[in-house]
Design a protein around this ligand. Sequence first.
Ligand code: GLA
Length: 390
Amino acid sequence: MEERTAQFIEIFGESREQLRSFFAPGRVNMIGEHIDYNGGHVLPVALEIGTYAITRKRSDKKLKLYSSNFPDIGIIETNLEDLSFKKDQDWANFPIGVFKYMEAENGYEHGLDIFFEGNIPNGAGLSSSASIELVTAVLVNEIYQFGASMLDLVKLSQNVENQFIGVNCGIMDQFAVGFGKQGNAILLDCETLEYRYTPFELTDSAIVIANTNKKRGLADSAYNERRSTCEAALEKLQQELPISNLADMSPEQFEEHKGLLSEEEVKRVRHVVTENHRTVKAIEILEQGNLDAFGELMKASHLSLRDDYEVSGKELDALAEAAWDQEGTVGARMTGAGFGGCTVNIVKNEHVDAFIEQVGKKYKDKIGYEATFYIVNAGGGAREITASKE
Ligand code: GLA
């Protein structure tokens, strides 16, 4: 923390005002992919990597934002009485959007200087945007004492992403980042927002994230396209079924009514229905301590995302296939939106080094550039931190 404080002073100068520090994690989803916006169940884990924010009160109504991840951009300055999306605000549109959506009726009493630093690999699909949204939301809530609940902050951050940034994501990422709990995964029903924690501290195995290093933009039209295909399919199915979302259907109901759908819709909806089923089963299995069976479901999830939902790609497939062939792999699948980004793997401790070496080599041989590997743990959610508790 000391180094970040020193950097803060270097950027914004000395002052007698107190500094306060906040943190929000990134997330990795273990299973339940592309079903949050279809009212399904998801099983994300918050990470120990994430976004730090240090802030100090200003006497005027300016908002001055700096990120050590983008030093060339320098300080982005805006006025709290005039918050709007501007292209040249670049990364700072995320916190600015949060300030805009959090604004109390009477506006903000004073401005802030904020220094951000993130250690989530950029473009990896580990929710760096939800992380910066939530770290800002918790900061604003605490500094201005708005008294909003974590669920309010999560929903608000999703609105920022949907409306201010223009990415039509579901609620999983913001929820995982807000509600993460050390050593636990979160089982979330995205229809009711009911959730519970389940211990996810693997003693004999490690969670290994493998990054394809293929850049992907969530704003990619493919994500929004999948959403509209699902919406169109839901409307058709509702002519015969009293369902409010696709994940409400049992696999049997789906088989019975799929004649209403186009060939493409059949594939997309089959993914949604089977993935939701897998996720509910996965948590039961996990709680019985059967990690191998959990790993089988991870593989089935990947195959469904590859063949039915068609959001994988040659890079993610190369990493998953190499992992399945590797000794000591309990489970492996793509995670997040897809089209690039990362796979998540559960690997027996004694095989982790060989896994990284062998999967890395096979990937490089096939794709032509390197993958990056991270061993991660389940961490806590968005919060204020002090140097000693960090
Ligand atoms: C992205 C979105 C999430 C979710 C996943 C796919 O991470 O932000 O809402 O849809 O993709 O499961």
